[in-house]
Ligand binder design. Structure first.
Ligand code: NAP
Ligand code: ZN
Ligand code: ZN
Length: 348
């Protein structure tokens, strides 16, 4: 039994998104069928549509910040029931046997099946993402949404939330740490909320001076415009950790100069072009440059429960599917406050 779903897709690299329909796969006995209620717009969707990382397969249906309601469960499903509110993030399966899967780092599995633009073994078409009305997912890759989170605001936690929570939690951020968040967009504003909730003193570094008031409202203690040449001299050697969420190429040496001795800059932003680093930026004060990719299933559930407990939710602007191309244009102008979320009712 296949379900025909309505969706929006880019028909070729860089094309505007337009209506598209396709059949979801026949559910297996370990699958959960989900009516999609909301889907966030991640900048990764835009990189993928524009094929900025290469490897794009078209038509491409983006969307990996999915919240929906369970409509059907297979006979062997034990974790979910019809009517449950659930989430799906950036991947929908992995090999389950490699060292990464065994360590709960399914996102790093070399066979991870991403929610869109990825091929299930033997499939002729790629996976299609959350800009659609329904999805079928193995129960082990489905998350529970805590009751205390509002449905439309929970969706961005499935990517922006876990991508910022994971490195902050893994670093062991504590009260008194001084943290810089670079780029105040979807990921950046979640990083501010989560780092502040962990007790850190948070500074935002931004190219948009008009986001200063928002930064404070979101929980940042300080805001610095990167266009102000004094910012980089004033803040040299100041931060225990930096979370770099910038979606375009930028001067890594300038940001690394802001770390304290032994401090860590974690790159989560994924510009399509290489970034360069001068060796002295790392060597002189034993600075660490690392990266982080979303998070494992267990840690994603931990993040959702943490956000539920601490009432941490993104600031969202809800849009109908038909406005997606305008939303993309605004994200590209850094004019997102701070995550667009598509109301999938608009597709039904
Ligand atoms: P977003 O909402 O567009 O935010 C990116 C922010 O970066 C912008 O709002 C802007 O903030 C800043 N920025 C943009 N262009 C810039 C430039 N040329 N120089 C300096 N700053 C600039 O994007 P997002 O959804 O948060 O995603 C951010 C990046 O993370 C993307 O590359 C995305 O693909 C990647 N990502 C990675 C993972 C992962 O697992 N590692 C997961 C999700 C997304 P200001 O206005 O404050 O300057
Ligand atoms: Zn994403
Ligand atoms: Zn694996």
């Amino acid at each position: 039994m296949n379900t025909t779903v309505k969706a929006y897709a880019a028909k070729s690299a860089g094309a505007t998104l337009a209506p598209f329909s396709f059949d979801r796969r026949t559910p297996k006995d370990t699958d959960v069928c989900i009516d999609i209620l909301y889907c966030g717009i991640c900048h990764s969707d835009i990189h993928a549509v524009k094929n900025e990382w290469g490897g794009g397969h078209y038509p491409l249906v983006p969307g990996h910040e999915v919240v929906g309601k369970v409509t059907r469960v297979g006979e062997k499903v034990s974790k979910f029931c019809v009517g449950d509110i659930v989430g799906v993030g950036c991947y929908v399966d992995s090999c389950r046997t490699c060292i990464h899967c065994k360590d709960g780092l399914e996102q790093l599995c070399l066979s991870a099946l991403f929610t869109y633009n990825s091929f299930r073994e033997g499939a002729k078409t790629p996976t299609y993402g959350g800009y659609s009305t329904h999805v079928v997912v193995d129960e082990n890759y489905v998350l529970r949404i805590p009751d205390s989170l509002s449905l439309e605001r929970a969706a961005p936690l499935l990517c922006a939330g876990i991508t910022t929570y994971s490195p902050l939690a893994n670093l062991g951020v504590q009260k008194g740490w001084r943290i810089a968040v670079c780029g105040l967009g979807g990921l950046g504003h979640m990083a501010v909320k989560i780092a502040a909730s962990m007790g850190a003193s948070v500074s935002v570094l931004s190219t948009s001076p008009n986001k200063a008031q928002d930064a404070k409202r979101l929980g940042a203690h300080e805001f610095y415009a990167t266009s102000d040449s004094e910012t980089f001299t004033k803040l040299a050697g100041s931060f225990d950790a930096i979370l770099d969420t910038i979606s375009a190429t930028h001067d890594m040496d300038a940001y690394l100069s802001l770390l304290k001795r032994d401090g860590t800059l974690t790159l989560v932003g994924l510009p399509g072009e290489p970034l360069s680093v001068h060796p002295f930026s790392l060597v002189r004060h034993r600075k660490k440059l690392t990266g982080s990719l979303i998070g494992g299933i267990a840690q994603t559930q931990e993040m959702l429960d943490y956000c539920g407990k601490h009432h941490i939710m993104p600031d969202v602007e809800i849009i109908p599917m038909q406005s997606v191309n305008e939303a993309y244009a605004r994200v590209l102008k850094s004019d997102v406050r701070y995550r667009f979320v598509i109301d999938m009712q608009s597709l039904r």
